[in-house]
Design a protein around this ligand. Structure first.
Ligand SMILES: Nc1nc2c(ncn2[C@@H]2O[C@H](COP(=O)(O)OP(=O)(O)O)[C@@H](O)[C@H]2O)c(=O)[nH]1
Ligand SMILES: [Mg+2]
Length: 455
């Protein structure tokens, strides 16, 4: 996925800058140790405690080690943990070569404990397994390093008889190092933002719910979800969730990647009265959203921004409208794609066919033969030139029929005088629930597998 490559590229550039600056910084720190001032300070420390300097150094290394443990525990800080490990090894080798450090293990342990304490203060050890995020440890490492480099700079240039000619260069090194090192330590790989689009009642919301169910079924890592989504799942246990007049935000995040996890956000907005046809025209809109007085326009611009800011779009096609292709919104999808390209955005998209249970009688072997079912549905929909156009390029792979297992039941408006036929309006499809209220879904596993390994 293009997005991930960009992330790696950004991170690598950051790393190269920091590595280069660290080289200069090491030289500067070595110089600071040779200044008159430092010699004075260190002999003063030695007067108080002969091994004072060694204690400081061993304590400092302990502090880095403690923070490092937390960085390794934090799934999102593994790259930083690896980089820091290399840094600490270099530092220890450097110390052994250039100084006679008395290794005081008690101070290493003390430093480690303090590193652990300060890095996990805001999370608490109890929560390590649930969330295990130690951003604080990463920022402690950068703060400590920055303070130490500034201290070295001050020592060099406030020392008696200092040569001030390198001051500007050294200050610039410290300044840029501090900036980029903090960026590097705080950096978190961003996963894609995925936005689901579709006409009213096409099954957007239930599609998102099905994806969420799949993620919860397969992942051990907790996901974040919006409260509206919790309400939706509760309703789904009882029947089909009904549409409300409020604005709903259905969203959840999940992590992809074991070694270097990235957070993916899947979302769909339910703004009653916003039609698919309104999105394309606002894609290029540059107005300040808070200054748009017209509320209807403002919410349309907002949705258009979400679409333009997405990394993957999911275009929903509703089986219930087959074969009335003109009602499926496909022309609007094409307009959105065109408009996005016009604005320099080539966003990857998937085509998802919802409610495809309506075709399962025509392809009775759908169970255990997803590929066959998919081909069968695809053949029906590619009759339409716009669908074909949406699938040009990496076709097939990005076409996914899904459905909830349903059963037919009498419509509340049942009229015994109307004869019963196969597609009788007198019957509606309701989801099949088990004793616990769970629903059963088809195709979501295939779709989510593709999405989760696509990176
Ligand atoms: N038969 C069947 N009906 C579905 C399925 N998914 C959704 N529906 C129906 O479509 C309606 C609208 O779904 P919803 O997700 O709310 O659509 P949205 O307005 O696009 O968010 C639901 O109330 C159901 O009646 C499905 O997989 N099979
Ligand atoms: Mg909806």
């Amino acid at each position: 996925m293009k997005k991930l490559h960009e992330e790696y590229a950004k991170f690598s550039v950051l790393f190269i800058i920091v590595a280069g600056l660290t080289y200069y910084l090491m030289d500067m720190i070595a110089r600071s140790w040779n200044t008159e001032l430092m010699k004075g300070i260190s002999s003063a420390i030695r007067l108080i405690d002969p091994s004072g300097i060694s204690l400081f150094i061993t304590f400092m290394i302990g502090f880095y080690l403690g923070s490092l443990v937390l960085l390794f525990l934090d799934r999102k800080k593994r790259i930083q943990a690896i980089i820091l490990s290399v840094g600490i090894v270099v530092l220890i080798v450097y110390m052994i070569r250039n100084f006679t450090v008395g290794w005081n293990l008690v101070y290493v342990a003390l430093g480690t404990l303090i590193g652990l304490y300060l890095g996990s203060k805001d999370v608490g050890w109890r929560n390590i397994n649930t969330k295990g995020e130690f951003r604080r440890a990463a920022s402690n490492v950068s703060k400590f390093s920055v303070i130490y480099s500034v201290a070295s700079l001050v020592t060099i240039y406030s020392s008696p008889g200092a040569d001030n000619s390198g001051f500007i260069r050294d200050s610039l090194v410290v300044l840029t190092f501090s900036f980029f090192f903090s960026l590097l330590m705080d950096y978190e790989l961003k996963g894609p933002k995925i936005v689901i689009l579709g006409p009213e009642k096409s099954g957007k919301t239930l599609f998102l719910a099905g994806c969420y169910k799949r993620v919860v079924d397969v992942t051990e890592i907790p996901t974040d979800r919006s409260n509206d989504l919790i309400d939706l799942m509760t309703e789904l246990y009882k029947g089909w969730p009904t549409r409300t007049k409020d604005i709903k935000e259905y969203r959840f995040t999940y992590e992809v990647g074991k070694l270097f996890p990235r957070e993916t956000v899947l979302s769909t907005s339910d703004y009653p009265g916003i039609y698919l046809k309104d999105i394309a025209q606002y894609i290029g809109n540059k107005e300040n959203i808070d200054k748009i007085e017209d509320l209807a326009k403002r919410s349309r611009v907002k949705v258009a921004r979400q679409v333009a800011g997405a990394d993957i779009l999911i275009f929903i096609i509703d089986t219930e409208r087959y074969p009335r292709f003109e009602e499926m919104g496909i022309d609007h999808y094409l307009k959105i794609v065109t408009e996005l390209r016009g604005n320099g955005k080539n966003i990857e998209h998937y085509v998802v066919v919802t409610k495809s249970d309506l075709f399962k009688e025509e392809y009775p072997n759908y169970e255990g033969d997803y590929e066959g079912f998919k081909k069968f549905i695809e053949d029906k929909f590619v009759e339409n030139i716009f669908v074909r156009e949406l699938l040009i390029g990496e076709s097939g792979r990005k076409f996914y029929p899904v459905f909830y297992y349903t059963k037919r039941t009498e419509n509340p408006k049942y009229n015994p005088l109307i004869p019963i036929t196969k597609d009788n309006e007198q019957y509606t499809s309701v989801p099949i629930h088990d004793n616990y209220g769970n629903v059963y879904v088809y195709g979501f596993d295939k779709f989510m597998n593709q999405l989760m390994q696509n990176e």
